[in-house]
Write a protein that binds this ligand. Structure first.
Ligand code: BMA
Length: 328
């Protein structure tokens, strides 16, 4: 029994390794990292910032695979254990009723969220600049693309796993055309997954590791203490951006209200594969599995925009940590 309750499914086969005895951190890395190498596909330059979910007793996901032309594409992947992945060589081809919306330019940083009866994919989609694309799939074979959620420019669109007050809910981060030097997290609602409104500010930049911009990471995890949000925060060093991750608890019914938010990061770029790669010094979580029975959390993150890492946390320990080390 956990002290705090995860309101979600049981995942008896969630990937897991106990915390090493000498580890003093609230989040610890898999000893198998990086679990996905950059060259898993013959055509891939890098595989990172990717999203996984439980699927039919196993796991499925959508993976950001930049190819050797350095084009940003997203691909379907499957895994029996959540650690060893088979990724399709062909990128996802979305079916879309509207040729203008379906006109593919690039896709990156996917999230996958199961709501009601299907898996929604949100990603950074090009429509005259980056904005939030939405599609759904039942089977990870056929993907139906819907309208883009927002006007450009926007990134890091992350759905909540159920309707809140009768409406779909999404976090996002309005941005610009380039390597945006600012960014706060906002909340938006929709009755139909197409028209989004009721926008609310959730959280902004503060000091230190989250002083330049913040963006939602994995789909929020519903808990007895509020929505558990893992998010990335960026600082600008003399060598460029440094991407770390923190965690927050958001109000269950009014998720734009931040109850707690960590002053320290929960994971930052420290290993070779996080510090060396196409973009050095990046940890970028995009998915988390959470087992309601044991409180085990498995976090998937992009490392140095090159490979995919896996890290673990325990729900009781993480929530206590958030409460005890909160900025708010
Ligand atoms: C962001 C996105 C992410 C990337 C990060 C660090 O703007 O491009 O995909 O991980 O920068 O380069």
């Amino acid at each position: 029994m956990t002290k705090y309750k995860i309101i979600g499914q049981s995942i008896p086969n969630i990937p897991w390794e106990d915390k090493p005895e000498n580890c003093k951190d609230v989040v610890w890395r898999s000893s198998l990292n990086p679990i996905i190498p950059r060259d898993l596909l013959p055509t891939s330059n890098s595989i990172f910032n990717s999203a996984v979910v439980p699927y039919n007793g196993e796991f499925a996901g959508v993976f950001r695979c930049d190819n050797k032309c350095r084009e940003m594409r997203i691909h379907t992947g499957k895994s029996k254990d959540g650690v060893n992945w088979v990724i399709e060589e062909e990128p996802i081809k979305f079916k879309c009723d509207d040729a203008e919306v379906g006109n593919f330019v690039y896709a990156y940083d996917p999230r996958v969220c199961y709501i009601d009866d299907r898996y929604y994919v949100t990603w950074c989609n090009s429509y005259h600049g980056p904005t939030i694309g939405i599609a759904y799939t039942y089977d990870f074979k056929e993907y139906h693309q819907l309208e883009n959620a927002f006007l450009p420019f926007n990134r890091n669109g992350v759905l909540f796993p159920r309707k809140i007050n009768g409406k779909y809910a999404m976090l996002s981060r309005p941005s610009d055309m380039g390597h945006t030097a600012f960014g706060d997290i906002f909340y938006s609602e929709s009755f139909d997954m197409e028209h989004w409104g009721h926008h609310r500010h959730v959280m902004g930049r503060t000091g230190s590791w989250q002083s330049t911009k913040v963006g939602a990471g994995p789909v929020p995890i519903e808990t007895s203490e509020g929505w558990l949000l893992i998010y990335h925060g960026v600082l600008t060093s003399c060598n460029g951006y440094v991407y770390s991750a923190g965690a927050a608890l958001l109000d269950i019914n009014e998720p734009w209200k931040v109850l707690y938010r960590t002053a320290p990061y929960i994971i930052s770029p420290q290993t070779i594969y996080e510090c060396v790669g196409d973009v050095p010094n990046v940890v970028f979580p995009c998915a988390a599995l959470a087992d309601a029975d044991t409180g085990k959390i498995a976090i998937y993150y992009g490392a140095a925009d090159t490979v995919t890492g896996l890290a673990y946390a325990d729900v009781d320990e993480l929530i206590d940590y958030i409460k005890e080390n909160s900025l708010v």
